[in-house]
Design a protein around this ligand. Structure first.
Ligand SMILES: [Zn+2]
Length: 426
């Protein structure tokens, strides 16, 4: 770089604009940095004929763009552009460079930083204020960047739904999105509007045609959508099944509470006092604690229906701890038998549901796939919606999701200038 002037070095150092020369810099009345820059006189291609040469100068033009903040200060670039006359006689044209697009309102560096901010789930409105550009300018950059997110062909996927607020709160109509998540990386593969069989099937066909495992919650639409894929195993998620059991247990407890006391649970009602501990797996409680809880359940509910439901949930949990599919199947049969023996309506209903999902439940033991990565991605999706206070435009929501949850996070790699010191205990 023999022709690099010192001023050009400053431009690279302070403004991250390698090819420009910094000719002047001022702070204006709004405490913004205004940097005057220009390109060194050099070879330029003509925009009409493409001939590269030292075209004669015809006039100057000025182009103001927004740029990255410098030392925390909003920055504006005033680019003094040459208007050149083509050597081949095509007429005049202005200089071009990679850092600033023709007639752009912000530099490419600012655009990249804005996309990175959106990737970190900063709302578009906050970004536009920081860079002093319009909301649409930022959103356009985000939409373009979302198109560049690398497409993956996942082998193991999870599928789940999430709410998309429409913004029209008066109609109270909620719209839904269905998200497809790679179970190996926890990244969102694709998002589509709706939560029915059709949209789920289209999503799977377009983005995961060679999936071998599809994990989903207990929604028959997702199951039949997954069945459209050849040789894909559908797995019912463990968490949702145990939650189904806990919901049934809660229903039994509340029904018995009403039948015994004629009112909902109060602070001193024995069943109400047990409500939390009943949600804990018995394997996590000591034997004496379990025995004590059973004693208190018998005292509180002499028909033993709540105790029966608690046992049913425990049988379900034990089924999932089975080392292999055959053991799990035997434990599932034990669960069905228990449901028939105790004959509590809520447990019977739960057993019927699990029976219809039996193949998918047992498929867990062949694949060990759960929907946990999907739920983790769902949390990210929801946090985007919260940060943005809801979405009206599905395409914008999808772009934000793909940027934030659809690619590995690039964490800043900054060296520490203070080493970590361990404090020694006295
Ligand atoms: Zn020309």
């Amino acid at each position: 770089m023999s022709d690099t002037t010192p001023d050009q070095g400053w431009s690279e150092l302070l403004l991250a604009l390698p090819e420009f020369i910094l000719t002047d810099a001022n702070i204006d009345e709004n405490d913004e940095l205004v940097a005057d820059v220009e390109l060194p006189r050099g070879l330029q291609p003509c925009t009409s004929c493409g001939v590269i040469g030292l075209h004669p100068l015809h006039d100057w033009r000025s182009h103001t763009v927004r740029h990255l903040p410098v030392a925390g200060r909003a920055t504006r670039l005033v680019w003094r552009k040459r208007l050149l006359t083509c050597l081949e006689g095509c007429g005049t044209f202005v200089e071009r460079t990679a850092s600033i697009a023709p007639s752009a309102v912000w530099s490419r560096a600012a655009e990249r930083a804005a996309v990175a901010a959106s990737q970190a789930n900063i709302p578009i409105d906050t970004i536009r204020k920081e860079f002093g550009v319009g909301w649409n300018t930022v959103m356009r950059a985000v939409l373009a960047a979302a198109q560049q997110v690398a497409q993956v062909r996942p082998r193991r996927v999870g599928i789940d739904e999430t709410v998309m607020t429409t913004g029209r709160l008066t109609t109270r109509r909620r719209q839904f999105l269905t998200a497809l998540v790679c179970l190996d990386t926890s990244l969102v593969v694709a998002v589509t509007q709706g939560r029915d069989r059709g949209s789920a099937a289209a999503l799977l066909a377009d983005h995961a045609p060679d999936a071998k495992v599809v994990a989903c919650d207990l929604f028959s639409g997702f199951k039949s959508a997954a069945d459209t894929l050849e040789d894909a195993v559908v797995v019912a998620d463990v968490f949702h099944l145990v939650r189904l059991g806990l919901t049934a247990l809660d229903e039994v407890r509340r029904r018995r509470q009403q039948q015994i006391h004629g009112h909902r649970g109060h602070r001193d009602d024995p069943l109400f006092r047990l409500r939390r501990v009943l949600r804990v797996g018995q394997e996590r409680l000591g034997d004496d604690v379990v025995a004590r809880i059973f004693d208190r359940l018998r005292e509180a509910d002499t028909d033993d229906e709540v105790a029966a439901a608690w046992v049913a949930v425990d049988l379900l949990r034990r089924m999932y701890q089975a080392p292999d599919r055959d053991t799990a199947h035997r434990r599932l049969v034990a669960f069905y038998e228990w449901a028939v023996t105790v004959d509590v309506p809520e447990i019977t209903r739960m057993a019927t549901t699990i029976d219809t999902w039996q193949d998918e439940v047992l498929a867990f033991f062949d694949t060990r796939a759960s929907n946990a990565p999907t739920e983790s991605a769902n949390v990210k999706i929801k946090s985007i919606r919260r940060a943005a206070r809801g979405f009206r435009n599905c395409d914008n929501y999808r772009a934000r999701i793909l940027l934030h949850a659809g690619q590995p996070r690039s964490l800043p790699n900054t060296s520490r200038i203070r080493s970590y010191r361990f404090t020694t205990a006295a």
